[in-house]
Design a protein around this ligand. Structure first.
Ligand SMILES: [Zn+2]
Length: 57
């Protein structure tokens, strides 16, 4: 399966045997994603870089 990059819209390949917590880079823009598991057991990618986001502390 594959996921669309949230930044550049590129196609990121997500291997069936990817492991939870594994880091996968977008081949087009280099944005880093971490492999996470959905409630239904499927794997998906979550954007890793926070870009200096303010957590409101
Ligand atoms: Zn990208």
């Amino acid at each position: 399966m594959s996921v669309n990059c949230t930044d550049c819209g590129g196609n990121i390949d997500l291997p069936q045997d990817a492991e939870i917590g594994e880091i996968i880079e977008c081949p087009d823009c280099g944005l880093e994603y971490v492999v996470t598991e959905l409630e239904n057991g499927l794997l998906t990618l979550k954007e890793l870089a926070l870009k200096g986001e303010d957590w409101g502390e």
